[in-house]
Design a binder for this molecule. Sequence first.
Ligand SMILES: C[S@@+](CC[C@H](N)C(=O)[O-])C[C@H]1O[C@@H](n2cnc3c(N)ncnc32)[C@H](O)[C@@H]1O
Length: 258
Amino acid sequence: MTSPSADTPDTPGTDAPAQPFMRTIKSFVKRAGRMGGGQIRAMEELGPKFLLPYQPGAIDFEAAYADAARAAGQKHSERPLVLEIGFGMGEATAKIAATLPDTNFLCCEVHEPGVGALLKRIGENHITNIRICNHDAVEVIDHMLPPGSLDGVHIFFPDPWHKTKHNKRRLIQSPLVAKLAARLKPGGYLHCATDWEPYAQQILEVLTAEPLLKNRALASHPELAGYAPKPHYRPLTKFENRGIKLGHGVWDVVFERV
Ligand SMILES: C[S@@+](CC[C@H](N)C(=O)[O-])C[C@H]1O[C@@H](n2cnc3c(N)ncnc32)[C@H](O)[C@@H]1O
């Protein structure tokens, strides 16, 4: 039992794990962290509108994003849905949502101060196209997302779990990738980015081994050996800029559902 998600059922709406007493390895450790005043206010004022509670059963996306469609003068069916796993403090998430106003984003994060921080950004930037689930994304995928429901998945700078004995906690492993591939529509994409080279290599290997996915960059950028140029919508965050100045690399990996 090595994957973070291998012991949970695969069908939204099934609320009992197949083997309820098996311990799962999580891709995160809940950090203590105090919420700032602005984050608490954002949680109270914007939480009721932008937070989606974790509850087993397929999400009613049309109801959840009705305001976003109305604000853009569109039908719900015209708007792609992108899942983001682990948005941290939400800096990139808020910028991407502003860059792609016609896309709906479902953003999962377990760290509460991060949820408060993203809600604050939503308020400050008048963002309408994000909904947040303050819960383990693996359980959200297992219990709330039907097959073929996603147009894209973003996983940016997932915890690298550097030490070999912790590598088993890494989020991006074959069982989760298979679940994500099944939830993507044909032509939908899975975009991962990391600044830890051994994890970049693991991501490339795991995604390449998934039969439902093909590497978008192989044909367009054969010189990058499987990696992709940074897509336009992913902004450079403060963290990434600092790394680049120190000479660290960043690897983007973009695959597509066949
Ligand atoms: C290293 S941070 C990166 C944050 C952000 N994407 C960025 O680029 O700054 C990884 C984040 O993923 C979150 N995370 C890890 N596993 C998760 C899971 N299974 N579900 C939801 N969030 C998760 C952690 O709480 C953490 O905030």
